[in-house]
Design a protein around this ligand. Structure first.
Ligand code: GLP
Length: 252
């Protein structure tokens, strides 16, 4: 494990492989819960956080960590994709984390994918996060275009929850979550302003396919064409990469 500081603000850890990256990510979330037993935690879905969620759930159960006062939030959802669809973010979080932890429904908060409800859904999530005093920890992945959640290129850094038109790349890469070709047009997401206000923000990336975008995250100007560059300004940001994702990254 190599500890590198990008700036005084954000930290980077390069881990041997996916397993080690996932262990460190889960450990960071557990540290948050131990420090604040009523923490509000936000989770991405997707391939990257799968193992983190499994390890987190195993450790919480094995170590008898009290999460009865924690609140769990889903970072994003595909508009129009119902919760029973295996490609939905809701399905992912329910199956990899919430059901294993036996959370009661009043402990988790997931976006309803019905487009007619999106305005009230955003307001409901914003109100909940604000009432909680902001997120204590947010775990995010990164899209090949640098998106975080569905904060697509060019989205204002100051957005709270919102609905986004999906980038072509997001639509094509997103097919991997679904059993059959699926029409994806929009996403509903927690915004980057919530990420910036979170007490801790963790971005995880693994595999060679993420190497080019991770290089851009470190080397581009901080700009909303690559939304994840905002991580470099987070006062308590942490990027965890496996060696393959970090392969092209030069940290100064
Ligand atoms: C998806 C999701 C993001 C996710 C990202 C990376 O489209 N909206 O929340 O973090 O893309 O996904 P993966 O981890 O499968 O590479």
């Amino acid at each position: 494990m190599i500890l590198k500081s990008y700036s005084q603000k954000m930290q980077t850890l390069i881990l041997k492989d996916y397993e080690e990256m996932s262990q460190v990510a889960a450990n960071e979330i557990i540290k948050t819960i131990r420090q604040k037993p009523n923490a509000t935690l936000c989770f991405a879905s997707g391939d990257t956080p799968k193992r983190t969620c499994q390890i987190l759930a195993e450790r919480i159960l094995n170590e008898n960590i009290d999460i009865s006062n924690c609140q769990f939030i889903g970072l994003d959802e595909w508009i129009g994709i119902p919760p029973e669809n295996e490609g939905s973010c809701t399905y992912f979080l329910m199956n990899y984390l919430f059901k294993t932890l036996n959370l009661s429904p009043n402990q988790y908060h997931l976006f309803n994918a019905d487009e007619t409800k999106s305005v009230e859904e955003c307001k409901k999530m914003d109100d909940f996060i604000n009432k909680s005093g902001g997120l204590d920890c947010i775990l995010v992945g990164i899209g090949l275009n640098g998106h975080i959640g569905f904060n697509e290129p060019n989205i204002p850094f100051t957005n709270y929850c919102h609905v986004a038109e999906l980038d072509e790349l997001t639509v094509s890469v997103g097919q991997k979550y679904f059993n059959t070709a699926t029409l994806l047009t929009k996403g509903i997401t927690v915004g980057l302003q919530h990420l910036m206000e979170a007490k801790k923000a963790i971005l995880i990336a693994n595999g060679a396919k993420k190497a080019t975008i991770m290089k851009a995250v470190y080397e581009s100007e901080i700009n909303n064409q690559i939304p994840a560059t905002i991580m470099r300004t987070h006062p308590n940001g942490l990027i965890l990469m496996d060696e393959a994702a970090a392969d092209l990254v030069v940290i100064r």
